[in-house]
Design a binder for this molecule. Structure first.
Ligand SMILES: NC(=O)c1ccc[n+]([C@@H]2O[C@H](COP(=O)([O-])OP(=O)(O)OC[C@H]3O[C@@H](n4cnc5c(N)ncnc54)[C@H](O)[C@@H]3O)[C@@H](O)[C@H]2O)c1
Length: 422
């Protein structure tokens, strides 16, 4: 029996080394596509799977490195490796919604055959791979570590980051068994510059949540510091810049309008939920989440105060929001604090417009706007300009010169001022 187990792992390791392994990627979004691209670049054949016909159509029309993409999940029997990159959102009550992971696991289970490696890449709570996926996959009668292999390896992609991408960002891998880890390491090794093995899937699952919780808590801390400085009449940016000159023991984080995207506002809640099931309340996570979520309200109150100083009410004022993506130089508006800022301003009766060079249209249940041009006229027409996202390709000098009133949540005008007084 042992000899057979060795053989299944050995066969897959050999297929990784000679690149004959067929790689299946389930979920071809922000995470799945770049990963597919790295496997293709390393010389593997890649078969993409998605439930969305539109996603598959756009890929098969030749706009990507995925040679073949399909909505036919029965074909999951073909790949030697199945990497699952499906969404892990929150429910309305901020509980994990693992329905996509479950659906993908069930599809894999229906097609599972001897010799396959299954890797979950989606961010999730510790225990998902072992408690949710393993029992389902073993219902087939196949045994993990012998017949098939199972691992968790979190994606760390940072959209818009010019330096760190899927290929050169070290990748953490945790297998269910030593054989699972060995096979997973062998498969990723040709595609990713550096791999970091950990002893279990739970450790790998927690690594990802620690990273995002670390960011959420530190952003929460500087956001609170911004409120503290405002009340004390001290410039928070000056304090942060000076603190950042300390060569050890300090890491610079910057305040802003809140957090956005599909990671930082969501992922820590996966851990908070898991810990609630163990009767433990994760206080840092909840506090940071609260502070970050309150920042749009804080900044809108600043806008109202500043307008008031000019003898104007928010109601009827024209407010131009600069930048609506959740962070600079990207076009993603998911969970963007700009959406809250716009909603809160509209609720106070302001007439809101926006400019974002990366986002031409903005639409949700309450908002239906299109980006307006950034000109001296559009700036001068606004009673207040609120800088929410500090995109690089924006003429901040023009804003400084033409806007009547600016509320700058990102300190974006500092570079203009520095240049002027240098
Ligand atoms: N976007 C990021 O920057 C980022 C970074 C690190 C980790 N993550 C994590 O990676 C995971 C995926 O995120 P994303 O941003 O790529 O999501 P996404 O929404 O961009 O893409 C997910 C894709 O999966 C498809 N899909 C859904 N259910 C499916 C199923 N059952 N079978 C096949 N395809 C299915 C969807 O149609 C979609 O195309 C999430 O857990 C997320 O938290 C995201």
């Amino acid at each position: 029996m042992k000899a057979t187990a060795q053989t299944a792992a050995d066969v897959l390791v050999a297929k990784a080394q000679d690149r004959s392994a067929l790689i299946g990627i389930v979920g071809l979004g922000y995470v799945g596509l770049p990963l597919a691209m790295e496997f293709a670049r390393a010389g593997f054949r890649v078969l993409g799977f998605d439930v969305s016909q539109a996603v598959v159509d756009s890929l098969t029309q030749g706009r990507s490195h995925v040679q073949d993409a399909t909505t036919d999940l029965a074909r999951l029997r073909e790949p030697d490796v199945v990497s699952i990159c499906v969404p892990t959102p929150l429910s309305k009550t901020k509980d994990p919604d693992v329905s996509y992971v479950l659906a993908a696991t069930n599809a894999v289970k229906r097609a599972l055959r001897r010799g396959q490696l299954i890797v979950l890449e989606s961010t999730t709570y510790p225990g998902t791979t072992r408690e949710l996926m393993l029992p389902a996959l073993e219902e087939t009668g196949l045994k993990v570590g012998e017949d098939f292999f199972l691992a968790f390896s979190p994606e760390r992609v940072d959209p818009g980051n010019p330096k760190w991408n899927t290929h050169n960002t070290p990748k953490v891998v945790g297998g269910l068994t030593a054989a699972c880890r060995r096979v997973a390491m062998a498969i990723y090794e040709p595609a990713i510059e550096r791999l970091v093995a950990v002893s279990s899937p739970e450790a790998a699952e927690l690594v990802k949540i620690l990273e995002n919780t670390f960011r959420s808590v530190n952003i929460g801390l500087v956001n609170e510091m911004a409120i503290v400085c405002d009340k004390l009449g001290v410039d928070v940016w000056e304090v942060i810049e000076a603190a950042a000159t300390k060569p050890f023991g300090f890491m610079k984080f910057t305040p802003g309008p809140g957090v956005g995207g599909h990671c930082i506002p969501l992922d820590p809640h996966y851990l908070a939920w898991k810990m609630r099931t163990l009767n433990y309340r994760t206080r840092f996570i909840e506090l940071a989440g609260e502070i970050n979520a309150e920042m749009p309200e804080y900044w809108v109150a600043r806008v109202v105060d500043r307008l008031n100083e000019q003898g104007r009410a928010a109601r009827g004022s024209k407010v131009l929001v600069m930048g609506v993506a959740y962070k600079k130089d990207i076009d993603d508006v998911r969970e963007s604090p700009a959406l809250d800022v716009i909603r809160l301003l509209q609720r106070r009766g302001a007439a809101v417009s926006y400019h974002d060079p990366h986002v031409r249209k903005l639409k949700d249940e309450a908002i239906d706007l299109a980006s307006i041009p950034l000109t001296s006229e559009t700036l001068a027409a606004a009673d207040c300009v609120v800088i929410v996202t500090d995109h690089s390709d924006v003429d901040y000098g023009l804003i400084e010169r033409c806007a009547r009133l600016v509320v700058d949540t990102r300190n974006a005008l500092a570079s203009v001022r520095r240049a002027r007084y240098a």
